[in-house]
Every structure is written in C-alpha cells, then in structure tokens.
Design a protein around this ligand. Structure first.
Ligand code: F6P
Length: 510
C-alpha cells in the first residue's frame, strides 16, 4: 500500500466515520447475476471517499442499502470489509493491495426500519424542516404514523448505527475520533457518548440549520431528543457560521441551556459542546481529472457544435424541491418574454438527477419540473430552437463538459447547506462563466462577492440577474471567475477535513 498522506500529523487515534450512504454500493448484474460494485453517490460521499483512503486506521460505517449490500454485510460479519478506492471499487481479499483503501462496516437496517427512517422521517420531515419546505397550511402533519416512524424507524436505525460505531470504537480500545455525518443520525452522538466516554465525537450537519421557530413545527419531545442527541457530541459542525449560530440559539431557546454566543459553546450535563463552522469543498485535482477524459471532450465538442456560438445557461442538480428548479424555469420564461433578442441564441441545459422517488413530494416535484420545462418550450420554442433541454440522468462526463462550456451556472436553491456544483463549475469552466448563486446557499458566503446573487423566491429578480449575467462584460466575467476559482483552490476538501481533525486533536489534548 502506498504511504498515507500526512493529513493530520498529530492524529494519534483511529477514526470512525458514520454516514448513511457509503463509498460503494453493491448490486447484481441482471444478465450474469454477478455481484457489481459502484461508487456511492452524493456530495458528502464524494468528499469523504476522496479523503478516507488517506486516513490511517479509519473505519467507515454506513447503511447496507439494498439486498446486495445486505448479503455483503452478512458475509463479512462483524469485521470491516477492506475496499479499494483507487480505480473501480472492489473488495480486497487477504494479501490484496491497493493504492488507496478504506475499511467499511455495513450496518444492516431491515427494510421495515429503513423505510420509515429514510422515507418518512429523514427525508420528508427533517429535510423539509431544515430547508423550510413545508407548506404550513397543510404540512407537516404529525400523526400516529409519523410518531411510529420516528420510534420504530429513526430511533431504531440510529441505535443500530450507534451499536456499529461503538463496536468499532471498542475494537480500537475505547479511544477514537468519531465523525458522524448528516441528518440521518442526530441521535447517535449521545448513544455513543454513553458507552464510549473517551471517544472524541464530532457531528457534521451538511444541510441548513434553521432557527428555533422552524424547529417548533416538531413536537417538543421529538425536537428535544434530536437536539440532545447532537449535544452528546464534543463538537457539532456546520458549513456556515449562520447555521452554527442558529444551532446555539436552538439549544438556548428550545432546551433552556446556558450558551455562549461569542465562544459558540453550549453547556450541558457538566460538559462543554463546541459549535463550529467548516465550509466543505471539492477535490480539485480529482475534478480536473474527470473533466479531461475523452468522454468529457466528446460531449464538449457536441455542445459546441449544437450551440454554434450561442450562450449556455446550465444547472446541475438532484430533483429536490429545495433546489428550486421550477422557479428557475419560470424566471427563464420571463427572461425570454422580456428579451426576445435572446431567442435562438441561448439554451438552458438542465442536468437533473431524479432523487428520492419513493417519497411522494419528490415524485410530484419531478412531474412539476417536466411540466415547467415543457411550458417554456411550448411558449417560446420554434421548429429549430427549443430553449430548454431537460436531461433526467446522472452523467458526470456530460456534467463536466457542460461546466466547461457554460456561460452562466444557475444555483437558485431555496436553501442549501453548501452547494458543491457552484464550486465545481468555477474550477473547470473554460469560458469565464458567471455564477448566478442563491443567497440562501452556504457557498454564497465564500463565492457571493464573485457571483450574481439570486433571491430564491423573487423570479423577477432572477430573470433580471440572468440577463445581467448573460450580458456581463468579458473583463468582469474573467475577474470574477478567477477570484472564485482561487477561493475554491485555497479551501479544498482536504483542507476542510484537515482543519477539523486538527481542531479535534487540540480539543483532546487541550
Ligand atoms: O448532505 C446532504 C446529502 O447527504 C448530500 O450528500 C447528497 O447530495 C444528498 O443529501 C443525498 O441524498 P440521498 O442520500 O437521499 O440521495
């Protein structure tokens, strides 16, 4: 095995990571029936996958998502699997070596637990509260089914995950750095703390954290358990200072705990919990490599030919209501109505990955997206020009080609913890694109001064901002994109993790 990069020289403890999705997902080839392994999806998993192979003595605990994952987990028993993270993902046998590998422990969460955990509580309820997506006239409505889903789904899945984390900490002699991730596992910190008092526990929340009023849509017992679960950690971390501050205010107002807003600490049970902000980023070198493949080049050539010198407006998103895709099309519709001179000269390419289609709100949203795109094309399209090209797929080669070619990247999210698409595009773009970036994204804290700011609910402002972006002077475009790229280069994903681990090491020794 190649020597690990010295990410954190002072780190003398093993690391136990927990996230819902893991670096690899197993399946079966429909024809041969052979086991397949593919890379896990999502920004968080991509970020952690790039780093985990460089950490010494790390074990990544994640949920066995489907039947094939479950089989692999059953075969492995309690021992973590060794997975190669260089090239195509694969399980390493005894004696096998890889340039980068990580130990993975898959937690079997039975389907009857996973469905309410993920499909009733984590996604529709917590995701919607934290992105403020509820329409309070009618939702949320927390009845017997939701309460049962919390107890028999969320609590049970969190307990199973905590058991697996505790087992890994105990294998390491009770001392480890525990890095918990995301809204799926708010109860785990406290459960691990009770059984592993010597572990240093950090929970990173990757999605927005709203203030106390937003949390009041949840019944007191539910929101208190979630907050107390997080407060079992030594550190609760977010992408922005505003989210971190909102968490401290929740501890103060919803739990009546003493807090210090300048030190950003909460005192509970005689312990001090630190609340911090670390903006996540991307693996710049890996992205640049992905954007220089033959497949990316071919897509770029196709796009160039099709655009014939015209301008490309791009968005790359999951089909999540928080991404505000429908309002984005409404704004583009208004732009085309008010600026007929753009007709035939601009294309809006929307590369959208269908997401969480087992959740009714998401299935409906996907239908709404299709209808909104069709309506723009019906209103403004002609025989040889369709203003919107909607692609429902996940294709990284096409995405990198579109990042390289676009003139404007639209990110108009209603709320977004960070938004890594914005960071990816400014790095590989070859035309001094303009970033049109929602003020409600974490990325806006770092990149807002180099972007055209979008207000997520003001479609008239979005239409004006898109026009400003499409007509910006070349000098200004270049200056802004270069500055944005410098920001991303300076704070890449490695720095994101290194700073956190250094801070955790200080906490332990301090
Ligand atoms: O942090 C939010 C997040 O976990 C991202 O990593 C990812 O984009 C998304 O949510 C994945 O959601 P899901 O696992 O439900 O597809």
């Amino acid at each position: 095995m190649a020597p690990s990069l010295p990410l954190v020289p002072s780190l003398d403890l093993p690391v136990v990571l927990l996230s819902h999705r893991g670096p690899v997902s197993f399946g079966r080839d429909p024809v041969s029936g052979e086991r397949t392994a593919s890379r896990g999806a999502g920004g968080l998993v991509t970020a952690l996958s790039g780093l985990a192979g460089h950490l010494e003595r790390a074990v990544w605990v994640c949920v066995a998502a489907g039947q094939a994952d479950g089989e692999v987990s059953a075969e492995a028993g309690d021992a973590p699997l060794r997975l190669a993270l260089d090239g195509d993902p694969r399980i390493l046998g005894e004696g096998d070596v890889a340039d980068r590998e990580v130990a993975v422990r898959l937690v079997d969460v039975p389907a009857e637990v996973h469905e309410p955990f993920y499909g009733v509580i984590a996604n529709p309820l917590l995701w919607f509260v934290q992105h403020r997506l509820h329409d309070l006239k009618t939702s949320p409505s927390i009845g017997r089914e939701e309460r049962a889903a919390f107890e028999d789904g969320y609590v049970v899945a969190n307990t199973l995950a905590a058991d697996a984390v505790v087992a890994q900490v105990e294998r390491a002699g009770g001392k480890a750095i525990v890095l918990l991730h995301d809204y799926h596992f708010y109860l785990v910190g406290r459960l691990v703390r009770e059984r592993c008092p010597d572990a240093v526990i950090n929970h990173f929340v990757h999605i927005p954290w709203p203030g106390p009023e937003a949390w009041q849509v949840l019944p007191p017992d539910m929101r208190e358990r979630l907050l107390l679960g997080l407060l079992g950690c030594d550190v609760v971390a977010f992408h922005t200072r505003a989210d971190a501050r909102a968490f401290v205010l929740c501890a103060q107002e919803l739990l009546d705990l003493p807090v210090d807003l300048s030190a950003m600490t909460v005192t509970t049970g005689g312990r001090t919990v630190h609340v911090r902000a670390y903006p996540i980023s991307i693996d710049v070198a890996a992205l640049e490599q992905q954007a220089s493949t033959d497949a990316s080049d071919e897509h770029l050539a196709d796009l160039d030919e099709r655009l014939a010198g015209g301008q490309l407006v791009l968005r790359v998103d999951r089909t999540d209501p928080s991404k505000n895709i429908v309002r984005g099309f409404t704004a583009y519709d208004l732009l085309l109505t008010e600026h007929p001179e753009l007709h035939g000269r601009v294309l809006f390419l929307a590369l959208l990955q269908p997401s969480r289609q087992d959740v009714p709100e998401y299935a409906q949203y996907l239908a709404d997206i299709g209808a909104a795109a069709a309506s723009v094309n019906a209103r403004h399209g002609t025989g040889d020009w369709q203003p919107v090209d909607l692609r429902l797929a996940s294709d990284m080669d096409l995405a990198t080609a579109a990042y390289r070619r676009c003139d404007v990247l639209v990110v108009n999210a209603v709320a977004d913890g960070m938004n890594l698409v914005a960071k990816e595009a400014v790095i590989v773009n070859e035309r001094d694109m303009v970033l049109a970036l929602s003020e409600a994204t974490g990325a806006h804290d770092e990149l807002g001064s180099f972007a055209v700011t979008l207000h997520p609910f003001d479609v008239a402002q979005q239409a004006d901002a898109l026009h400003a972006a499409l007509t910006m002077s070349p000098v200004l475009r270049r200056d802004r994109r270069e500055h944005a790229a410098q920001v991303v280069h300076r704070n890449d994903v490695r720095r994101w993790l290194t700073v956190q681990l250094n801070d955790l090491a200080d906490l332990r020794h301090g």
